[in-house]
Design a protein around this ligand. Structure first.
Ligand code: ZN
Length: 212
């Protein structure tokens, strides 16, 4: 199992357990959990708590005759099989493969960095990013929350190192320039709930075309 140093915040695991996250964030959580025994255990605990909350609501909902509504809520919970364990040392864990088989279109976003948008519903977007070893991501800010999960290689964000299974969480206040480590290409799964703001002129002009 991968040695993971940077975990998802509990709030995101809770949101996943409660079925309240946009699809793109669900995908990052499911992929992270598939790489981390610890994250899977924490998620299990939150799901157990969520289950007991539903059990409590059960009696009241039954009494008011709204079984259908309760069943609808249960349907919204994430499926257990979405977190199948990683087979072998494949780069892309199982939760991601489903999205990838729908077809990936890699686009160049400058400096040798490529990205492929994954088709997800809701208020957030997900993409795969490939950064050549030693290369930096273009300068950018965020208008929301950005999750970046490493699948291959590693990058530095400030003085923190992120390797396979680690998640970098950036918010509106974050201004950072993640830098891929020299050597193997760094491949990441990223999700954001608002378009990224790139500062350089060319990236800013290109932004509408890349939907990032
Ligand atoms: Zn960022």
């Amino acid at each position: 199992m991968t040695m993971i140093r940077h975990h998802l915040p509990d709030a995101l695991l809770m949101g996943y357990a409660a079925g309240t996250l946009p699809e793109a964030f669900n995908l990052v959580v499911a992929t992270h959990v598939s790489l981390s025994d610890e994250a899977r255990a924490r998620l299990g605990a939150f799901e157990a708590v969520g289950g007991s909350v539903i059990d409590d609501a059960d009696a009241a909902e039954m009494a008011s005759g709204s079984l259908d509504r309760m069943m609808a809520r249960l349907d919204m919970l994430p499926q257990a099989n979405a977190r199948a364990p990683l087979a072998g040392d494949a780069i892309y864990p199982a939760p991601l493969l489903d999205y990838m088989t729908r077809g990936l279109k890699w686009q160049s976003v400058g400096r040798g960095v490529k990205q492929a948008i994954l088709k997800t519903d809701g208020a957030a977007s997900a993409r795969l990013i490939r950064i050549p070893g030693g290369q930096a991501m273009p300068d950018h800010g965020h208008k929301g929350t950005e999750l970046t999960l490493v699948l291959q290689g590693a990058f530095m964000d400030g003085n923190r190192r992120y390797a396979r299974g680690d998640v970098d969480v950036a918010t509106e206040e974050t201004e950072h320039t993640p830098m891929a480590e020299a050597g193997v290409e760094c491949i990441c799964l990223a999700a954001s709930d608002a378009p990224l703001k790139f500062h350089g002129l060319l990236p800013r002009l290109a932004q509408p075309f890349f939907k990032i």
